[in-house]
Design a protein around this ligand. Structure first.
Ligand code: NDP
Length: 444
């Protein structure tokens, strides 16, 4: 049995009720076989055993009162997974599906993603099973204040710097930051994704979606293809999806379908992205209300059917495991040439296998969606320097970072015998930096 297999066996045994975490670890350990046999020092130092165990997991009660005076109790989480190369960094997710297994999978992926950016940030993730949907602004504020009243002990500019994720956008970050500052009485960059008036970075809102498309451009370049003229399906209609859609449109592509958790809208002639953005960001509407019926756009229930829409490129940008084998087969038979993951782990292992067997270009999440956290790290740099860069400056840095991530991933794949496999390449390139830092720091 190889070192990776031994460690995987113990992960499976010790975390039986966390399928998402097991899925993420299995994928990474499969990629690392060649690396661990080339570096026997990693086994000697117990690097993998430590790499798959979070440094710290914090679980706490979050009581809050709704507008009717009823008390609710949610569960809060922060998983501080690995700080070998920098302070923990990773978003907060507010969604009813959140539990420790989802937090661990996201924090684990975040270690490798953050390493790939080339910036000094470790891996963490947090959130709550609170659902902001249907809550008033005051209810969301009271929840965020209660959440931060515990979380503040565990975060800080040099310790752990959370950001947004599903269900945590500008409104939530504002409320969380206000409470952090009130309790700590310091004005420091303990959160990223902040508003521009209080320490946020221009370009952070757009960064994950734009970065995803910059990464896609690199993938397509490798086959002498471009975005112009391509039909693109993007699942979700949140932060990542909207800005991916805007960048695709700017570069001459046509977005033919978008979704939310209820259903999807499609139009072979192209969706009106501005109407969708206004409906989602300003009016907080459902996707079914974000188009003009006379425009030719159609709505259908069941968000998973979005993958039956004919497209050249798919950008899954909603949530984990949204493309299964059946959806992957549909995409392939409809002529899809590239898939880049905007969401974290949106493709099942079976779906990824189908893409690879059919020579579909595949950009894994930890590389393709790293633009968000990279720009968060740029926000941290600006906060430390007490300065702010222009949108153009941030965007230019983001482009360079995404290009470098692509190059690092494809070169690592080549070096370790799996040329063209960006999934393995991203895992390997991200892991090597963290592993070497862990070796240097001794058994801690
Ligand atoms: P948002 O909350 O802004 O949007 C999420 C979108 O996905 C919404 O349209 C939502 O629909 C849909 N969605 C959520 N859960 C489900 C589900 N179970 N089934 C179907 N659709 C669902 O989140 P983000 O855009 O920020 O995040 C999307 C993905 O991108 C996540 O995987 C996140 O981890 C990842 N990501 C985000 C980054 C960021 O900077 N924001 C950075 C890197 C990765 P509805 O409104 O109906 O719930």
């Amino acid at each position: 049995m190889t070192y990776c297999q031994k460690v995987l066996e113990s992960v499976v045994r010790r975390n039986p009720h966390e399928p998402e975490f097991l899925q993420a670890v299995t994928e990474v350990l499969n990629s690392l076989e060649a690396v661990t046999s080339a570096h026997p020092e990693y086994e000697k130092m117990g690097i993998l055993e430590r790499f798959i165990e979070p440094e710290r997991q914090i679980i706490f009660r979050v009581p809050w009162m709704d507008d009717g005076g009823n008390v609710h109790v949610n569960r809060g989480f922060r998983v501080q997974f690995n700080s070998a190369i920098g302070p923990y960094k990773g978003g907060l997710r507010f969604h009813p599906s959140v539990y420790i297994g989802i937090m661990k999978f996201l924090a684990f992926e975040q270690i490798l993603k953050n390493s790939l950016t080339g910036l000094a940030i470790g891996g963490g993730k947090g959130g709550s099973d609170f659902d902001p949907k249907g809550k008033s602004d005051n209810e969301v504020m009271r929840f965020c204040q209660s959440f931060m009243t515990e979380l503040y002990r565990h975060v800080g500019g040099d310790m752990d710097v959370p950001a947004g994720d599903i269900g945590v956008g500008a409104r939530e970050i504002g409320f969380l930051y206000g409470q952090y500052k009130r309790i700590r009485n310091v004005y420091e960059g303990a959160l990223t994704g902040k508003g521009i008036t209080y320490g946020g970075s221009l370009g952070r809102t757009e960064a994950t979606g734009y970065g995803l498309v910059y990464f896609l451009e690199e993938m397509l370049n490798s086959r002498s293809q471009v975005i112009r003229g391509k039909k693109v399906t993007i699942s979700g209609s949140g932060n990542v999806a909207i800005y991916a859609a805007k960048k695709i449109a700017q570069l001459g592509g046509t977005v033919v379908a978008m979704s939310d958790s209820n259903g999807y809208i499609s139009d072979p002639g192209g969706l009106d992205i501005d109407t969708i953005q206004f409906g989602k960001e300003i009016e907080r509407k459902r996707i079914s209300q974000c188009y003009l019926p006379e425009s030719g756009t159609r709505y259908a229930e069941n968000c998973n059917d979005i993958w039956s829409v004919k497209c050249d490129i798919a950008l899954p940008s909603a949530t984990e495991n949204e493309i299964d084998a059946k959806s992957a087969e549909m995409l392939v038979s409809n002529g899809c040439i590239a898939v880049a993951e905007g969401a974290n782990m949106p493709c099942t292992p079976e779906a990824i296998k189908i893409f690879m067997e059919n020579d579909v270009l595949f950009g894994p999440a930890k590389a393709a969606n790293a633009g968000g956290v990279a720009t968060s790290a740029l926000e941290m740099q600006q906060n430390s320097m007490r300065t702010s860069w222009t949108f153009e400056e941030v965007d230019a840095r983001l482009k360079v970072i995404m290009k470098n991530i692509y190059t690092k991933s494809s070169e690592a794949a080549k070096k370790y015998g799996c040329e063209g496999n960006l999934l393995a390449g991203a895992d390997i390139a991200g892991f090597l930096k963290v592993a070497d830092a862990m070796v240097a720091q001794g058994v801690v």
